[in-house]
Design a protein around this ligand. Structure first.
Ligand SMILES: C[N+](C)(C)CCCC[C@H](N)C(=O)O
Ligand SMILES: O=C(O)CCC(=O)C(=O)O
Ligand SMILES: [Fe+2]
Length: 421
């Protein structure tokens, strides 16, 4: 078996070498500085800078920058960046992909320096820079790190001493905003300090990083324990850890909390990194992790209080994973709002309960709980796709205001500031 694989690999290399091979000249300064390491360096450098390609019957194979890439011919035609195929002003494709022959093959392929030229049967020429191909190929993407994150339990988060960003620097400087977003992307929570304790100022903060997502709760919400809505959030009761709006097909991306007033006891906020807990499940029981990522569940919000009549349903697994790189991107966890399970047969149901228990045990470990008392002036932003929140029961008058944000627009702001998101 092993021998088989080896000889197969060897054959592939031979194939590759039959294609065009170039050794770009080394820039002079590098050459000099690397000279003492000549023997070792020669090997790695020639490996990383060599380009080898091979035209196969049904795909194009390219070896460059230590990456072996395979491209489908329709893909190569479809991604043509020539002026007639792609509008580089709008960054939009002009080519009608449906007009490409699904059996298309290039008539000729030529490499000049670091540019590949494909001439298609109708004479059209497509140019690709080798580095563009590395960056945009499936194989190149796989090498890229996933969204940088620091998974945390209470100790990790507290030891990190993540600084809060001052309201003025958040509102008035790009550095302040960037620092805030960087922390938010890394930890899934972030604080802004010295905010005037009003709904208007909280709204201003929200609008600085995103669009406010208006929901059945309104645009900016403002709530006390008056049971004005048919939900436990509007009482003085404790709330176990959960994510919000699990009953939306796309749960809200970010939640903003600002406690404007509390005259009483208790009412601390609980925060738990759901991705940290999920990672523990993946390590300890990978098949349970997989089940939680596959079994679709319904969450439901049924309200019939006063003038408020709502019936929301969202369907999706507890753990949502990108299929191409297995990256976890969303956790949907709310035992209060989870609806009747009728999407899976009984034996799967039992295995699902076991897996759900494993995750719950991780989420409930005291060492994973980060408790904070929200105070007027300190605004908390929570990544509702990652970090669970809850609260301790409380006495007295407590006023909380906040809103939900659309996730796409937060990430948009982050990317415009040069962050990976
Ligand atoms: C934040 N705010 C008070 C407006 C809404 C609360 C929503 C509560 C609901 N059970 C959920 O978890 O989605
Ligand atoms: O009252 C709180 O601190 C939070 C309640 C809650 O979970 C929510 O409003 O989503
Ligand atoms: Fe909540």
């Amino acid at each position: 078996m092993w021998y088989h694989r080896l000889s197969h690999l060897h054959g592939r290399l031979q194939d590759l070498l039959k294609g065009g091979v170039i050794y770009p000249a080394l820039p002079q300064p590098n050459f000099k500085s690397l000279l003492p390491l000549a023997v070792h360096w020669h090997h790695t450098a020639s490996k990383s800078l060599t380009c080898a390609w091979q035209q196969h019957e049904d795909h194009f194979e390219l070896k460059y920058a230590n990456t072996v890439m395979r491209f489908d011919y329709v893909w190569l035609r479809d991604h043509c960046r020539s002026a007639s195929c792609y509008n580089s002003k709008t960054h939009q494709r002009s080519l009608d992909t449906a007009s490409v022959d699904l059996c298309i093959k290039p008539k000729t392929i030529r490499l000049d320096e670091t540019t590949l030229f494909f001439t298609w049967p109708d004479g059209h020429v497509t140019k690709y820079d080798l580095n563009w191909l590395v960056k945009n190929s499936y194989e190149g993407q796989k090498q890229k790190v996933i969204q940088p994150r620091i998974l945390w339990n209470a100790e990790i988060y507290q030891q990190a001493q993540v600084p809060s960003v001052d309201c003025q620097s958040f509102l008035e400087t790009n550095e302040g905003l960037k620092k805030f977003l960087q922390n938010f992307l890394l930890y899934g929570i972030a604080f802004v300090e010295n905010v005037p304790p009003t709904q208007e100022h909280t709204e201003k903060l929200a609008e600085r990083i995103s669009l406010i997502r208006e929901t059945i709760y309104g645009r900016m919400w403002y709530f006390t324990s008056d049971f004005s809505r048919g939900d436990t959030a509007y009482t003085k009761l404790a709330l176990d850890r959960h994510t919000d709006t699990t009953y939306f097909q796309e749960p809200c991306g970010i939640q903003v909390f600002h406690c404007l007033k509390h005259e009483g006891t208790g009412g601390r906020t609980l925060l738990v990194d759901g991705f940290y807990a999920a990672e523990q499940v993946l390590q300890k029981a990978p098949e349970e992790f997989e089940l939680l990522s596959k079994v679709p569940l319904k969450h439901e919000y049924i309200e019939d209080v006063g003038e408020c009549h709502n019936h929301m349903i969202g369907v999706g697994p507890v753990l949502n994973i990108y299929p191409w790189n297995k990256e976890l991107y969303l956790i949907r966890y709310n035992n209060y709002d989870r609806a009747v399970i009728n999407t899976v047969p009984y034996d799967v149901v039992h295995r699902w309960y076991t897996a759900h228990r494993t995750l719950t045990i991780e989420l409930r470990r005291p060492e994973n709980e980060f408790w904070v008392k929200l105070k007027p002036g300190r605004v908390l932003f929570i990544d509702n796709w990652r970090v669970l929140h809850g609260r301790e029961c409380f006495t007295g008058y407590r006023q909380l205001c906040g809103c939900y944000l659309t996730r796409d627009d937060v990430l948009n702001t982050a990317r415009l500031l040069g962050l990976q998101a």
